[in-house]
Ligand binder design. Structure first.
Ligand code: ADE
Length: 261
């Protein structure tokens, strides 16, 4: 396959940065434009923004919603843009009992909660791959968690006061993904029963982790909790996305990218 990126940002391979929706990316593309020129390549109906953050080459894109969209986008980042690693930022529904709106979850592992080819294969296992839980890259997830902890230490109180949330807690553990927006207490109870250690539910992460695993590309995923996946989830998600998600992504990504330079 042709590589539409080759040579654009020198010899260093870029970092791929993804979100599902523009509100989840914060001001990152504007920040890249302020730093240097940004080249936008349209590929597979998505825009890939090639530029630098603090001098480091990055390709930034929006996957849109769902596992197929995420898998297609991360595959393009790997094959057309030759990224060395992938970081995904966005919001999620809280599923863990200790996980509250405004908290942040950095994934250690990810699983597709809606994947079930039983009795042919164990529930949640990707058929013929033999894996149910995909690991985030440990070092990259540690870097992301460190940046997230710093963000909370430096801006957490101000954020909580501004948005009327509690001081954010940072969690590490299992994020679950499926092609459903989860919005009922019954559905949350079923997810807790099936996957008791799940911290958060969203619609892309495990697909990205699977594709990255298959191609040997490190990935890490951070999610801010916009709702608790119950009947209030649609309203909570919508207002969190419009008002808060970008501030979290900006604060986390800025520190993460600064530390990588
Ligand atoms: N992303 C944010 N909230 C979510 C929810 N409740 N279900 C699925 N994905 C989400």
């Amino acid at each position: 396959m042709s590589n539409v990126q080759s040579g654009a940002t020198g010899t260093r391979r870029p970092l791929g940065i993804m979100a599902a929706l523009p509100q989840e990316l914060g001001d990152l593309i504007d920040a890249m434009r302020a730093e240097a020129s940004v080249r936008t390549v349209t590929h597979g109906r998505r825009d890939y923004h090639l530029g630098t953050v603090q001098g480091a080459p990055c390709v930034v894109t929006l996957a849109r919603i769902g596992k197929v969209a995420a898998a297609a986008t991360v595959s393009a980042l790997i094959h057309a843009f030759d990224v060395e690693a992938v970081v995904f930022t966005g919001v999620a529904g809280g599923v863990g009992r200790e996980v509250r709106i405004g908290d942040i979850v950095v994934a250690d592992t990810l699983t597709q909660h809606d994947l079930d080819a039983s009795p042919l294969f164990p529930c949640f296992e990707v058929p013929l791959l033999g894996i149910a839980r995909f690991a985030a890259d440990q070092a990259l997830a540690d870097e992301l968690a460190t940046a997230t902890e710093r963000f909370v230490a430096e801006e957490g109180h101000a954020l909580a006061a501004r948005f009327g949330t509690q001081l954010p807690q940072v969690h590490r553990g299992l994020i679950i993904s499926g092609d459903q927006f989860v919005a009922s207490a019954t559905a949350v109870a079923a997810l807790r029963e099936a996957l008791p250690d799940a911290l958060a539910v969203e619609m892309e992460g495990a697909a990205i982790a699977q594709v990255c695993h298959e191609y040997g590309v490190p990935c890490a995923i951070v999610r801010t909790i916009s709702d608790t996946a119950d009947a209030h989830a649609p309203a909570s998600f919508t207002s969190f996305l419009a008002e808060i998600a970008g501030a979290y992504s900006n604060g986390i990504l800025k520190r993460f990218l600064q530390a990588r330079v």
